[in-house]
Ligand binder design. Structure first.
Ligand SMILES: [Zn+2]
Length: 185
């Protein structure tokens, strides 16, 4: 599976460190499935014979990894709030774009970006599943941020005080950036 990424010219620091991240094992497995594009999105299920809808739960586009986690307008604003801290103005539209971008950012910031990105991706999946299976209303940007903040606080017991401080500082920037947002999702 690692070859899948190398074949496309992306040697990914983010991918390489999935199993070293201080997060629960099930989140590591989720990230591995996502980065190898083997996560069971609706389009993937259709190829296995599933007959349900294949559109994104938020919009008419097909639910593929690239769309659901990066390109959908629903998640782009969350990424924007996180990436602005790293002077990134163009939010990635695909997994490949994200991995290239992550390589550049990880040269400056080893811990907070990895952990916050992992949490954003997991939150995106949780909220999508809530809409799919619990008929929950669509999450607003504030819901995204509150969920990410809750998870990083919950997992921070596994981190050193220094890493915890770095992540909390980054989350503070994310919250301030979200306050600048005017339109609700
Ligand atoms: Zn969408």
């Amino acid at each position: 599976m690692y070859l899948w990424i190398e074949d496309r010219g992306v040697s990914s620091s983010f991918f390489d460190h999935i199993w070293k991240l201080k997060i629960p094992l099930k989140i590591q497995i989720f990230l591995w499935l996502l980065c190898t594009k083997t996560l069971l999105t609706r389009t993937k299920l259709r190829r296995s014979g599933w007959e349900g809808p294949i559109n994104c739960v938020y919009c008419p586009n097909d639910e593929k990894i690239d769309h659901l986690f990066f390109a959908c307008a629903h998640v782009q604003r969350m990424w924007n709030c996180l990436l602005i801290k790293f002077h990134v103005t163009e939010v990635p539209n695909s997994l490949e774009d994200f991995l290239v971008l992550a390589n550049l950012i990880l040269e400056q910031d080893q811990n907070a970006f990895r952990l916050c990105s992992a949490t954003v991706l997991w939150t995106c999946w949780l909220l999508r599943n809530d809409v799919c299976f619990n008929a929950s209303p669509y999450a607003t940007l504030n819901t995204y941020i509150a969920k990410v903040k809750y998870l990083v606080s919950y997992w921070s017991g596994m981190w050193t005080p220094q890493v915890k401080e770095q992540v909390m500082q980054l989350m503070h920037v994310v919250e301030l950036e979200a306050l600048e947002e005017v339109l609700p999702l």
